[in-house]
Structures are given as C-alpha cells and as structure tokens.
Design a protein around this ligand. Structure first.
Ligand code: NAI
Length: 352
C-alpha cells in the first residue's frame, strides 16, 4: 500500500522514513507478513492538502497530514472518491478535520495525541524566559558591542502567579515546570485534575485571568474556545500581564490583543501559533511581501515574541510522532483496535 505525505518538509521526511523502514522491517519478520501484510510505500509532497492537491494522492490508500492541511467535508469526500481510506494526522490537534464527514465516509482517522508534551511546555517556558529577560535583544546588542542594560529589565519569576488554561498533557507539564520554578500555579480546566494537587490550584477562568502575572494557553481549539481571549477577557486580566499561546492561534482574537498591547493593558505577548498561520508558517517568506497587516503589526511591538509553530519540534517528539503515525497505520492495515482514533461523528469542528 502507498501513503501520500502532505506538507512534508525535509525533517518530516527524515523521521517518517526512519519509522516507515522500521514498520516494514517489523512487518516482514512478523506473522502478519506470512499472511500477506503489504509493505508500505510513501510519496512525499511539500504541498499542503487542499482540493487542488488531491490528485497527488492518486494510487494511495492513505494520506498523512499536519496542522494546516485542509480536511473539510469537500476534501474528505474527494479523497474518499480517489480511493483514500485512512487519514493519519501527525499532530495532536484536529480542529482542521470535519469529524462528521469522516465518520459518514467510514474513513479511518487517527492522530498522535501525545508524543512529547514536555517539548511544547518547555517551549512555552523558553518564550516566557526570552520575553521576560529580553535575551533575544541582549543577544543582538552584545554582538554589536552594546552592553547597556537599558530596556532589558525583567521580573523574577519565583513567587509570580502563572495561569495555565487547559491542563491536559501539555498544560500539566507546564504546570509542573512553573511549580518547579517557585511560581504559584493556577489552572483552569473543565475536568477535575486531582493529580495536580500540590502543584497547582484549580480555579474558574475569571479568577485565573484576574490573578495571573503570566497566562499560558494549552486547551484545544473548538467552537467553545475560539477567541476565548477577546476584548472582554483581556480587560479582566491583571494589567501588564504576559499572555503565551502555544496551543492554537484561534484561541486569541488577534485584533483585540493588538488593542490591549497598544493600551498597555497587556504587558507582553508570546505566540507560537497564529490564527492565519496556514499561509505563513513552515515556509521561508524572507523574500516575499507579507500581505497580512495584522501579523505585521504584531511584529512591530518590542514586547511581542513570535515563533513559527515550533513547540513540538524536538528530536524526541519527531521520532515519537513518526513511530505513532506508523503504529496507527498498522492498526488500520491489520484491522486492530486503534487507541488514537479521532472521535467519530463528534460535534462539528470549529469553523475556520
Ligand atoms: P489534551 O487533550 O491532553 O488537553 C487539553 C485540555 O484542555 C484537557 O484537559 C481539556 O479538559 C482542557 N480543556 C478543554 N476545554 C477547555 C476550556 N474551555 N478551558 C480550559 N481547558 C479546557 O491536549 P494537549 O496534548 O495538552 O494539547 C493541547 C493543545 O496544544 C492541542 O489541542 C494543540 O492545539 C496544541 N499543540 C500545540 C503544539 C505546538 O507545537 N505548538 C504541539 C502539540 C499540541
């Protein structure tokens, strides 16, 4: 069988090829091979999956996709018509998938729910540290022989209050990290989290926003969480607080955040994700004119730090993502129960 890998960068190919060869070697030595388990071939495309790029999957019975690939009803129907029966997400979030359409078509759809939650939590910490102590500016200054400290003043994190919105795999890892730094950690999550007792205090969102010096978002993007950070919630935050988003761009109303930065109600912003990131992230646009004025405005603030969706990007996470993706495929091929199936026919996904 053949799999079409969309949005494939050279680093995706490196880790996915490693896992594919391992999967084929395991199949060759397993009893399944004796009963005819086919070896897996892969075709890699740098293009994102859209209606226009579906022909690339011709002859493939599975596609492997990432965070900004389009998996709405029209795309899923066209993939199904072209013979695709399995959709493998090499990511945790699935806000870009029409679950009901997938279920209606009988597609096997699986994701990688947890690979290295600490990798994303550590990136959130890196962003907080960079923005708070201005190490990005200090690095450039020192290389120019400028050792002035003016403008580099930060705050001591020990003793500060950090609010974690969504304490699943990644949020819980972030809570433990900030607890380890001596911060007072608040968490807001609809699920009771007794396992974090002693590490964090679970409170309603309003209390978290009002009390936190740093708010870090780690909940999934759904219709109910879209723009959870808006003009009203920003006004209820502690004046001068820092907002960190390593989850999904749509959690934040960017226009409202820009106003809050201009009025200084919001003290600093660190984002690894952006609502309109699909047309920007994961590609080199350094020679292009970027037409997104909202994004360009964000970059003009000295107290805004943007990274291009790299929270997951560690060797360990990439290896785990590739291995689990091929394990999911093996479940499909061998008709075994898969623990990572997307919730079939759940509520319609968040609108783009
Ligand atoms: P998870 O499913 O383990 O945890 C999500 C948590 O959010 C759950 O505990 C859930 O109860 C909670 N939640 C749901 N609705 C909420 C609400 N309205 N308010 C507060 N909490 C709410 O997910 P995980 O693995 O921790 O990932 C979190 C998000 O991080 C993913 O949805 C994904 O969008 C993002 N992500 C970003 C990456 C990056 O590279 N920047 C990499 C991987 C994931």
């Amino acid at each position: 069988m053949k799999i079409a890998v969309y949005s494939a960068q050279p680093y995706d190919r490196r880790f996915l090829e490693e896992a594919r060869l391992q999967a084929n070697a395991a199949a060759a030595t397993s009893s399944e091979s004796a009963t005819g388990a086919a070896s897996i071939e892969a075709a890699y495309f740098s293009d994102a999956l859209t209606l226009d790029t579906i022909p690339l999957a011709q002859g493939c019975s599975a596609v492997c996709v990432f965070v900004n690939d389009q998996l709405d009803a029209a795309v899923l129907e066209a993939l199904h018509a072209s013979g695709v029966r399995a959709v493998l997400l090499r990511c945790a979030g699935f806000n870009n998938v029409d679950l009901q359409a997938g279920a209606r078509l009988g597609l096997f759809m699986a994701r990688v729910p947890a690979y290295a939650p600490e990798a994303v939590a550590e990136h959130a910490l890196a962003m907080v540290m960079t923005l708070n102590r201005h190490t990005h500016r200090a690095y450039a200054r020192v290389r120019e022989g400028n050792f002035a400290l003016d403008g580099l003043l930060g705050m001591t994190l020990h003793g500060k209050t950090v609010g974690i919105v969504g304490a699943g795999q990644i949020g819980a890892a972030a809570a433990r990290i900030f607890h380890g730094l001596g911060c007072h950690v608040l968490i807001s999550d609809p699920t009771p989290l007794p396992q974090l007792a002693g590490v964090a205090q679970q409170v309603p969102l309003e209390q978290l926003l009002a009390g936190a010096d740093i708010v870090s978002l780690h909940c999934p993007l759904m219709d109910s969480t879209r723009h959870m950070i808006n003009a009203t919630s920003l006004a209820s935050m502690k004046p001068g607080a820092m907002l960190v988003n390593t989850s999904r761009g749509g959690l934040i109303d960017t226009a409202a955040v820009i106003e809050a930065l201009k009025s200084r109600q919001l003290g600093a912003l660190a984002i690894d994700v952006y609502e309109q990131e699909a047309s920007l992230f994961f590609h080199d646009h350094s020679s292009d004119i970027i037409a997104d004025d909202v994004f360009q405005r964000l970059l003009t603030f000295p107290n805004v730090l943007v990274t291009g969706h790299q929270g997951f990007f560690t060797i360990e996470a990439m290896r785990e993502i590739a291995a689990i993706t091929y394990r999911n495929l093996a479940c499909y091929l061998q008709h075994q129960p898969c623990p990572n199936l997307l919730p079939a026919g759940a509520a319609a996904p968040a609108k783009p």
